[in-house]
Design a protein around this ligand. Structure first.
Ligand code: BES
Ligand code: MN
Ligand code: MN
Length: 462
C-alpha cells in the first residue's frame, strides 16, 4: 500500500493528461450552441467515476443539463461524504485576449506556478478542482484506503444558477443523505499560505431596462428635448452608491451581519499585501466602501456592481442616435442574514422609485442565492484542517470568500449537513477571465490532501 504522495508521483503524467482531455470539451452552459459538448462532458465525468470503481454511476437527466451522480458504498454504518462540483464552464469570451485557445490546454510556467500551470477555460473553475476528487478516490480505492462511503454529485449548470440542481436536491434527500459535503470550487491565499474557505457571499442578479421614446431618434432633431434612456440609466446607476460608496437602495443594509471588533481584528491578521494586490491588477489605488479594508470589502460586506451595460450604437464609426432603450445587468453580493429574494424586491422597488418622468423602467430578476458561513469547530472543518497540516505542514487560515456558490445554503437547508470548502486555486488563476489556469502543484496537492480528509473525518466521527 502506498501513501498518496508515492501514488501521485507514479501516476502524475496520466492524472494531468486525463484532466487535459476533459478540458478540451467546451462545456459552456450559458451558450446553447455548446449543448452537445456539455452533454458529452457529463458522459466523460460519468466514465471517469466508473473507471475508478464507483458501484453506481448515473447520468440524471433534468430539463437542462444532466447531473452526474455516483457512489461507492462500503458499509451503511460508516459515515458518508458527498462530493459536489461542476463540469460546466464560463464562456471564454473575449477570445482575442487569450494567449492560447481556451479549449486547447497548454502547460506554461508562471511566477506563482514555477512547476507549470494548465491554461484552459475550466482548468481551475471547476474541472481541475472537481477532478482532484475523482483521482483522490482512485487512490483510495486502488490502495484499500477508502474509509467510508462516498457519493458524487457533479452538475452542469453551476455557472448559470443551478436551477435544476435545486429541484433535484429537493426531490432526492434520501439518495443524497450524507454526513458532510466536500467541495473544491474556491481558492486559498497562496501555495505557502493554505487557507480554508469558511464563507461565501449570497447573490442577487437582476437585469434592468429603461425605455424612453417608442423608436430610436435622430439625436439632432430630438436631442435635448426628450429623456435619453442611456443618459438616464447612467444617472440612476450612479446614484446607487453615495460618496462613501455605501449602497443607497432603501433597506439594503438592514439585516447585514455586524462583526465585532475582535472578529474583524482576527480577519485582519490574515497575510495580505495591498501593494502586491494593486500591482497584480495594475491599479494605482483600491476603491470601495468607506471604513472597511480591502479584505473586508470583498468578503464580509455586500456589494452592488454593474456587470454589463448596453444600448444605442456601439458599432464602427459614429451614428447620431438617441436609443429607445438602455439596459444593464447588475449583481449584488450579499452577506449573512441578507435574504436574496428580499434584496431583489428592495432593489426593484428602489429602482422604480428613482425613475424620472419621461422613461419607464423594468427590473427582471435572473437568479440568486443565500450566502453561507461554516463553523470552524465542526468535525468536518477540523478534519480538513488536520489534512492540510499533514500535506502543507502548516495550519490553514479560515477565510471568508467574496464569491458565491448559491447551492451550498440550499444543501444545508435540504440535506441538513455542513459543507467544507477545500479550494486549491489562487485568486490570480484568472477564473472567469481570459487565460484561466490551474497550477499543477495545486492539482496534485489537492489529490494528496483529500484522502487525509476522509481518514481524519472518519476517525473523529467515531
Ligand atoms: N467557483 C465559483 C465561486 C467561487 C470562486 C467562490 C472562488 C469562491 C472563490 C463559482 O463557479 C462561481 O463562479 N459562482 C458564481 C455564481 C453563480 C450563481 C453564477 C459567482 O460567484 O459569480
Ligand atoms: Mn465554480
Ligand atoms: Mn465560476
Amino acid at each position: 500500500m502506498q501513501d498518496p504522495k508515492e501514488y501521485i508521483s507514479q501516476h502524475k503524467d496520466r492524472f494531468i493528461n486525463e484532466l487535459i482531455e476533459l478540458l478540451k470539451i467546451p462545456s459552456i452552459s450559458a451558450n446553447s450552441a455548446f449543448s452537445e459538448a456539455t452533454h458529452q462532458t457529463a458522459k466523460a465525468v460519468a466514465n471517469s467515476l466508473k473507471k475508478v470503481g464507483c458501484d453506481v454511476v448515473e447520468i440524471c437527466e433534468t430539463p437542462g443539463y444532466p447531473i452526474v451522480y455516483a457512489h461507492k458504498m462500503i458499509d451503511p454504518n460508516l459515515p458518508t461524504v458527498l462530493v459536489y462540483g461542476h463540469y460546466d464552464v464560463q464562456p471564454p469570451d473575449p477570445l482575442n485576449l487569450w494567449d492560447s485557445p481556451p479549449f486547447e490546454p497548454v502547460i506554461k510556467k508562471t511566477t506563482l506556478h514555477p512547476e507549470g500551470a494548465i491554461f484552459a477555460r475550466g482548468a481551475c473553475d471547476d474541472k481541475g478542482q472537481m477532478y482532484m476528487h475523482v483521482k483522490a478516490l482512485e487512490y483510495m480505492i486502488a490502495n484499500q484506503k477508502l474509509p467510508c462511503n462516498v457519493k458524487f454529485m457533479i452538475e452542469g449548470e453551476e455557472e448559470i444558477g443551478s436551477a435544476n440542481l435545486a429541484w433535484y436536491v429537493a426531490r432526492n434527500q434520501d439518495k443524497l443523505s450524507n454526513d458532510v459535503i466536500l467541495i473544491s470550487d474556491t481558492g486559498m491565499i497562496a501555495n505557502d499560505i493554505p487557507s480554508i474557505t469558511t464563507g461565501l457571499r449570497g447573490l442577487s442578479y437582476v437585469e434592468v431596462e429603461v425605455t424612453g421614446p417608442n423608436r430610436d431618434l435622430h439625436s439632432g432633431l430630438y436631442g435635448g428635448a426628450v429623456a435619453n434612456p442611456i443618459n438616464i440609466l447612467s444617472k440612476m446607476i450612479a446614484s446607487l452608491h453615495d460618496d462613501n460608496n455605501h449602497i443607497t437602495v432603501k433597506g439594503f443594509y438592514d439585516k447585514v451581519e455586524k462583526l465585532t471588533k475582535a472578529e474583524r481584528d482576527k480577519m485582519g491578521e490574515a497575510p495580505f499585501s495591498l501593494e502586491y494586490y494593486k500591482k497584480a491588477l495594475d491599479i494605482d489605488a483600491v476603491y470601495g466602501e468607506k471604513g472597511y479594508t480591502t479584505n473586508e470589502r470583498s468578503s464580509i460586506r455586500p456589494t452592488l456592481d454593474v456587470n454589463g451595460i448596453w444600448g444605442g450604437y456601439t458599432g464602427e464609426g459614429a451614428k447620431t442616435v438617441i436609443a429607445s432603450k438602455a439596459y444593464a445587468k447588475i449583481s449584488m453580493r450579499l452577506v449573512p442574514h441578507q435574504d436574496w429574494e428580499e434584496i431583489t424586491a428592495l432593489f426593484k422597488a428602489h429602482f422604480e422609485s428613482i425613475s424620472p418622468a419621461g422613461v419607464t423602467v423594468k427590473v427582471t430578476p435572473h437568479h440568486g442565492g443565500q450566502g453561507y458561513v461554516t463553523p470552524i469547530d465542526s468535525i468536518g472543518y477540523r478534519a480538513a484542517e488536520k489534512a492540510y497540516e499533514k500535506t502543507f505542514e502548516k495550519t490553514p487560515i479560515p477565510q471568508r470568500s467574496g464569491g458565491s456558490i448559491p447551492i451550498v445554503a440550499l444543501f444545508e437547508q435540504e440535506l441538513k449537513s455542513k459543507t467544507i470548502l477545500m479550494g486549491f486555486g489562487l485568486d490570480s488563476d484568472a477564473i472567469h477571465s481570459p487565460n484561466e489556469h490551474f497550477g499543477i502543484w495545486n492539482y496534485l496537492k489537492g489529490i494528496e490532501t483529500i484522502p487525509y480528509f476522509y481518514e481524519y473525518f472518519v476517525e473523529m466521527k467515531k
